[in-house]
Design a protein around this ligand. Structure first.
Ligand code: 5AD
Ligand code: SF4
Length: 465
């Protein structure tokens, strides 16, 4: 999975929840989009139990922190937050603090032992048990549930839509991962891969579109291995596109070893399937890819890129790169930079290798690339990535793009920020006077940086409901 970032749920949506007199929960989420989608499920579950919500941890009766374990740094952040929640608890002794997600699954009882503030631990397949775990804490015991499941998809639970924009929604289509990339903790924290029934995905997409949602993102650790009753990912995409014709459909994450031409063909066929493809490559050297257990070579990856460019000339292609994996030589690293150039990535997420206890790599290989070499390689990847993004964005100057407006721009409150159909960031100059998040507009692009396109609105396509 990709797109690691952290965010607290938005105020606007939370305020809609009736709270008077009720217990109030505060949910903080770290990690990938799947975690954000999971927090929406948890919020839906708590809402059904009569909970209200607050944006302020100081006011909460229940604090849940949904965690990520993908790199050591992600976990360090959580330990810090737990210290802060300890101070909240000193002021409000009845406060319950729970840790959810991948770090809860990875560390299990160790978290209870090492963080006295924690009352409750629930792994990614344990959220159905939350009400009962909370009751257990209320009756004076600490509570833990970290069993992974082969079946759980939460298909019947209505998520409370909180993220990330008012007309944007996630649908998880599958959970877990069977791939066992050697660096990755996800198969251990999220368990075996299982696909949700296609009928429930399609009907959720249809309901979202009918309710006015304009962007639906289908989530899975490896969407290309989706499989339910003979329906593969390409067919699922087609059915969702037909069921939600007024929404832009996005998806993440694709896997280079499994991505079939039929998926690309399907995207080309439907005008509401976004040609944004996140295709993590991780490394450009075949020996590193082999040690990573990725199941493809650099040549195979570039063949997939060629297919993407062939079927989808407007595609935006992004990737994940890890630098400093075990045994990575200068020549291996040069191969990564050469692959970046050959693939002409529109956007790159980059990470320094961080050994995760229990993974295949931690057991088999030495984390032997010195920290300063990892840093230098990361810098080189960033420089290359920025140059490629700049070229890619500059090629959009002079074009008209459909843009879904997401939020006020950070730098200037007169501007709005949004995303093009193909997934590029856009700043719309002076748009705040006439438009709002959730509106879809046509924009003329007159400038570009490596991070964003800059343009102005030329027409309204549809307004936020
Ligand atoms: N160290 C560094 N990066 C990692 N990722 C996954 N595991 C690790 C790790 N141990 C990166 C991969 C993945 C992204 C979500 O995080 O690039 O695609
Ligand atoms: Fe981790 Fe690989 Fe599965 Fe992605 S495909 S979640 S990197 S094991």
């Amino acid at each position: 999975m990709a797109l690691a970032h952290s965010r607290v749920f938005g105020a606007a949506q939370l305020e809609q929840v009736p709270t008077p007199g009720s217990y109030r929960a505060y949910i903080e989420t770290y990690g990938c989009q799947m975690n954000f989608a999971d927090s929406e499920l948890v919020a839906g579950l708590l809402h059904a139990e009569g909970y209200g919500f607050t944006q302020d941890p100081q006011e909460a009766d229940l604090i849940l922190i949904n965690t990520c374990a993908i790199r050591e740094h992600a976990e360090e952040k959580i330990w810090q937050r737990l210290k802060y929640f300890q101070s909240c608890k000193q002021r409000r002794p009845h406060l319950i603090v729970g840790v959810l997600g991948c770090m809860a699954e990875r560390l299990k009882a160790k978290l209870l032992q090492e963080a006295p503030v924690v009352d409750l631990i629930a792994g990614p397949d344990s959220y159905r048990h939350l009400p009962q775990l909370i009751r257990q804490v209320e009756s004076g015991a600490r509570a833990i549930h970290v069993l992974l499941s082969r079946e759980e998809t939460y298909a019947d639970i209505a998520p409370m839509r909180l993220a990330p924009h008012p007309t944007s929604a996630y649908i998880s289509i599958m959970r877990g991962c069977n791939n066992m990339c050697s660096f990755c903790i996800v198969p251990f924290t999220r368990g075996r891969e299982r696909s949700r029934r296609w009928q429930s995905i399609v009907s959720e997409a249809q309901q979202l579109a009918e309710a006015g949602y304009k962007e639906i993102t289908l989530l899975g650790q490896n969407v290309d291995s989706y499989q339910d009753q003979g329906v593969r990912f390409a067919e699922l995409l087609a059915r969702v596109a037909e069921a939600a014709p007024t929404a832009w459909i996005r998806f993440a994450t694709s896997h280079p070893k499994d991505m079939l031409d039929e998926v690309l063909e399907t995207i080309a066929r439907y005008p509401n399937l976004s040609p944004y493809i996140h295709l993590p490559v991780q490394a450009g050297s075949n020996s590193v890819l082999q040690r990573m257990n990725r199941g493809y070579t650099a040549e195979w990856y570039l063949d997939r890129v060629a297919a993407i460019r062939r079927y989808l000339p407007q595609a935006v292609l992004s990737t994940d790169i890890i630098v400093g994996f075990c045994g990575e030589t200068d020549a291996d690293f040069e191969a990564t930079v050469a692959l970046m150039e050959a693939a002409r990535f529109d956007f790159t997420y980059h990470f320094m290798y961080s050994e995760r206890p229990g993974t295949l790599a931690a057991r088999r290989y030495k984390d032997d690339v010195p920290q300063e070499v990892k840093h230098a390689r990361l810098e080189a990847v960033i420089t290359k990535a920025q140059a490629l993004s700049l070229t890619s964005n500059q090629a959009q100057i002079g074009t008209y793009q459909q843009v879904l407006i997401e939020k006020p721009a950070r730098r200037d409150p007169k501007d709005l920020a949004g995303r093009t159909f193909s997934g590029r960031n856009v700043i719309l100059r002076g748009a705040a006077a006439s438009y709002k998040p959730g509106d879809t507009v046509e924009a003329y692009i007159h400038e570009a940086t490596s991070a964003t396109l800059i343009g102005y609105v030329t027409a309204t396509l549809s307004e936020s409901p």
